[in-house]
Design a protein around this ligand. Structure first.
Ligand SMILES: Cc1cc2nc3c(=O)[nH]c(=O)nc-3n(C[C@H](O)[C@H](O)[C@H](O)COP(=O)(O)OP(=O)(O)OC[C@H]3O[C@@H](n4cnc5c(N)ncnc54)[C@H](O)[C@@H]3O)c2cc1C
Length: 354
């Protein structure tokens, strides 16, 4: 059954830093927002590509990190109660006759919004898939690119594939002492016995390997065996050059993520060199009611910097008001002095000196 249509004043595509700040600026203008991101969490490039690296050029923040900045932004937008729709990729965008914008996601959710803010950055961060002929048929049932609920792995032969932190964290989660849904076996498969992970994670995985709870095989996955449409085993090419079968009911592959622009070029928006062309007055695209902010847009002098995206989001919020609240006269107010903004932010208005 199709998910019910969500009607909204504003939808933001992308929960990167600029999408999050868009929520803040819209919140100050009393606009409730829905945010859609294909990732299961906020932060965009900041979390996906440089979570622990320092950033030095966020105004008035001498130093933070990709994840630190994201946490601060999430805290800042907290009062506005944006509805987050994680793990969903926007597939289509179409302006309707009533001037609202209709969106659909690949998972079948639809939105109808008065204004749309595209903050999709360098593209949707989607998991790299396992390149084995025919194995895609098991995606979602027996092949996963994120850890599925651990109870679905109970009494199954589980194969975790990859050499990253994410693969090792998955092994630790599946074999956590408090997980009562124990798999029949858990095997970690990576082409070499070398992993890129935090020292603590490596040590905990090593302990599981030493105790025999977690098996490790240095190998490449080259094929699979199935019966009646059910995956039974993976064919692996081991370090000695031998191909053998490894029982596999559930395969969890962690091969990293890569940004994909997706079908954005089909949304009827003017583009220049794969970026959305916008005006610099309010960062509107050529389609009324659709704005583009952050790394996805282009205009003369564009710089792909977070602070530039914050400015763009501010002007886009004001620019969208005629579409969201056409009757409302919008005045610029300062967060320092406006009791109205204090109420929205849930903070006290300072008492005037007697
Ligand atoms: C290594 C590195 C270091 C950097 N250092 C700095 C720095 O020091 N200072 C600085 O200012 N900038 C820095 N940048 C650039 C900065 O990270 C970007 O300018 C910023 O992330 C852009 O934010 P954004 O919100 O526009 O897009 P992004 O951060 O790319 O976020 C976009 C989000 O949209 C989602 N998305 C895209 N398409 C869809 C779709 N169709 N459906 C659902 N979700 C979708 C993506 O999954 C993603 O989460 C750095 C970048 C890199 C790679």
């Amino acid at each position: 059954m199709a998910a019910p249509l969500i009607e909204a004043d504003a939808v933001v595509i992308g929960a990167g830093p600029v999408g999050l700040f868009q929520v803040f600026q819209l919140g100050l203008l009393e606009v409730k927002t829905h945010v859609i991101d294909v990732l299961p969490y906020a932060g965009g490039q900041c979390v996906e590509l440089y979570a622990d690296k320092p950033i030095y050029d966020i105004p008035a923040v001498p130093v933070t990190t990709g994840s630190g900045l994201t946490e601060s932004l999430l805290q800042q937008i907290g009062p506005f109660g944006a509805q987050m729709h994680f793990g969903r990729q926007v597939a289509s965008v179409q302006r309707q006759d009533d001037s609202r914008i209709h969106l659909t996601t690949t998972s079948g959710q639809a939105f109808l919004t008065k204004a749309l803010f595209i903050a999709s950055g360098v593209g949707a961060f989607v998991a790299r898939s396992l390149h084995v002929d025919g194995i895609a048929q098991f995606e979602g049932s027996q092949l996963h690119y994120r850890t599925p609920p651990v109870d679905s792995l109970s009494k199954r032969h589980v194969v975790i594939h990859g050499g990253s932190d994410a693969a090792l964290e998955c092994a630790l989660q599946v074999l956590a002492p408090d997980n009562t849904h124990r798999p029949a076996s858990v095997t970690l498969v990576h082409r070499r016995d070398v992993f890129v992970a935090e020292a603590d994670t490596l040590a905990r995985v090593q302990a599981l390997r030493a105790s025999g709870t977690l098996r490790f095989v240095a190998a490449q996955i080259t094929g699979f065996e199935a019966a009646d449409g059910v995956l039974k085993a993976l064919q692996i090419l081991d370090a000695e050059g031998k191909t053998r079968a490894l029982p596999a009911d559930q395969v969890l592959a962690f091969l990293g993520v890569s940004p994909k622009m997706g079908p954005i070029a089909d949304w009827g928006l003017a583009m220049e060199r794969k970026q959305l062309a916008v005006n610099t007055e309010d960062f509107g695209t050529n389609v009324p009611g659709i704005f583009a902010v952050g790394d996805i847009n282009t205009y003369p002098g564009k710089k792909k910097l977070i602070l530039c995206g914050f400015h763009e989001a501010t002007l886009a919020a004001y620019g969208a008001m005629p579409f969201i609240f056409p009757e409302k006269k919008v005045m610029l107010q300062y967060t320092t002095t406006s009791p109205r903004l204090h109420a929205l932010l849930g903070v006290q208005t300072p008492q005037k000196n007697a």
